[in-house]
Design a protein around this ligand. Structure first.
Ligand SMILES: [Zn+2]
Length: 55
């Protein structure tokens, strides 16, 4: 009885991820919130970079 296939996702609460394109490096990434198209989306790296750069 092997019916437990990889259904994708982790056990626990599923986090909704949304595909987006980073406004900085134009790389495809996923964000845990819905991209509104209103504000720029940054991938993890660029987000960290910006945070690090400060202003
Ligand atoms: Zn980026």
């Amino acid at each position: 009885m092997v019916y437990r296939q990889d259904g994708g996702g982790y056990s626990g609460r599923p986090r909704e991820m949304h595909k987006a394109v980073c406004s900085d490096c134009k790389k495809e990434c996923e964000v845990p919130f819905k991209p509104s198209g209103d504000r720029p989306i940054y991938c993890k790296e660029c987000f960290a970079k910006r945070k690090d750069a400060g202003r």
